[in-house]
Write a protein that binds this ligand. Structure first.
Ligand code: SAH
Length: 215
């Protein structure tokens, strides 16, 4: 395939079919996967692979997340009612941001590498997504001024949920995050009930590490 064929509606539909077969059921999530042009988030040299269900390099030692994982995390976040105010940690190129933004009222997104954040900002503008606020900062600290959040989604793994993120979760809010050492990470969902934090394990995953400080 060449040119437009690589990014055609049929190619995207194939990806959606695959995710559905793998258990993604929420029609709004599947529609976002179909609608978001993943090829604009990767280098042109990789655009022929943009609708494969794999992570791809985006520079700075980082990756664009696998579509299945983006869909799974989005679904886990919005299950039983979409949160209004959401914090995303690890904007990267902004693919997850673009999938999630129209499903929530406001999305606050933090990224430690300035060049990636700039790229994500441009992508939101090009895609006419206007309910995303971005910050160049360390996601370990969350984004206190807008807390509490109804949902928090973290795109990089740590050994434990950072205390600041847990504290910035509102009552009834949900946090989706990969936790654990390299090659043994679990995707977890934490639901806050007052001072209790209920934890569910959603499955095994592989993410880049959540790093301290600015990049
Ligand atoms: N959400 C992206 C995936 C990005 S990969 C997508 O849809 O493809 C994870 C991102 O987390 C990287 O861009 C990395 O720079 C960022 N990151 C790692 N540690 C961070 C931290 N402490 N604060 C903010 N961003 C962080």
């Amino acid at each position: 395939m060449t040119g437009i064929g690589m990014t055609s509606a049929r190619t995207r539909d194939r990806l959606v079919t695959r995710l559905r077969e793998q258990g993604i059921a929420d029609p709004n999530v599947l529609e976002r996967i179909r609608a978001v042009p993943r090829h604009v988030f990767v280098d042109e040299a990789l655009s022929s692979r943009a609708y494969e269900d794999t992570a791809l390099p985006i520079g700075h030692g980082q990756t664009i997340s696998q579509p299945y994982i983006v869909a799974r995390m989005t679904e886990a976040l919005i299950e039983g009612g979409a949160p209004r105010k959401v914090l995303e940690v690890g904007t990267g190129c902004g693919y997850q941001t673009a999938v999630l933004a129209p499903l929530v009222a406001t999305l606050y997104s933090v990224e430690r590498i300035a060049a990636l954040q700039l790229r994500a900002r441009r992508a939101m503008r090009d895609l006419k997504i206007t309910n995303v606020f971005m910050r160049h900062g360390d996601g370990f600290e969350g984004w206190p001024p807008y807390a509490p959040y109804d949902g928090i989604i973290v795109a990089a793994a740590a050994m434990a949920v950072p205390a600041a993120l847990q504290n910035q979760l509102g009552n009834g809010g949900r946090l989706i995050m990969p936790v654990g050492p390299d090659r043994e990470q679990q995707l977890i969902r934490v639901t806050r009930r007052g001072d209790n934090f209920e934890r569910e394990v959603l499955g095994s995953v592989t993410f880049v590490p959540l790093l301290q400080g600015l990049g």
